[in-house]
Write a protein that binds this ligand. Structure first.
Ligand code: SF4
Length: 160
């Protein structure tokens, strides 16, 4: 078994319904073979939970949590290691060039951490403009290049 639900019930933070999904993979070259868990509201889309603040059920008052907003123009950035998950709104996280190439062939944009600038695939990837190497020209709130879709180059950033 590669994945399974290990908890399905009320949040200990606010009593709302949440689910904990555990997955196992040995494809992550940094961590090696480890179990990863994902904690989600079980009743609403994760992006909706983030935008409305309903993610309090899983994030609590973590300082890294996004700001709830009702502004329809406020966009999000999103990344997923779940291959093929909502490529229309989320970048596909690639841990190496081979994974990125597989996504590109499937018409998906990737976000990849590279060892140095020599690792950048200039034909298919652009350097994150918020990175030190790109001169920290912009922040995600203004850039918003990391929102999936099949158009545009993928994004890479030098490890930091
Ligand atoms: S600055 Fe732009 S390219 Fe870099 S991570 Fe943020 S949204 Fe993505």
């Amino acid at each position: 078994m590669k994945s399974g639900i290990i908890y399905n019930g009320p949040s200990l933070l606010d009593g709302q319904p949440i689910v904990v999904i555990a997955t196992f993979s040995n494809r992550n070259t940094k961590t090696g073979a480890v179990v990863q868990t994902y904690i989600l509201r079980s009743d609403i889309n994760p992006l909706e939970a983030s935008k409305t603040g309903a993610d309090f059920s899983i994030c609590g008052d973590c300082v890294m949590r996004g700001e709830p907003t009702t502004d329809p123009k406020r966009k999000i950035t999103a990344y997923s290691h779940q291959s093929g998950w909502r490529p229309d709104i989320a970048m596909q996280s690639a841990d190496n060039r081979a994974q990125a190439v597989a996504h590109w062939k499937a018409g998906r944009r990737t976000f990849r951490v590279i060892a140095d600038l020599g690792d950048l695939d200039k034909e298919n990837e652009a350097l994150c403009p918020a990175s030190k190497e790109a001169g920290r020209r912009v922040q995600c709130t203004a850039c918003k290049l990391c929102k999936g879709s099949s158009k545009g180059k993928s994004i890479a950033i030098v490890e930091h």
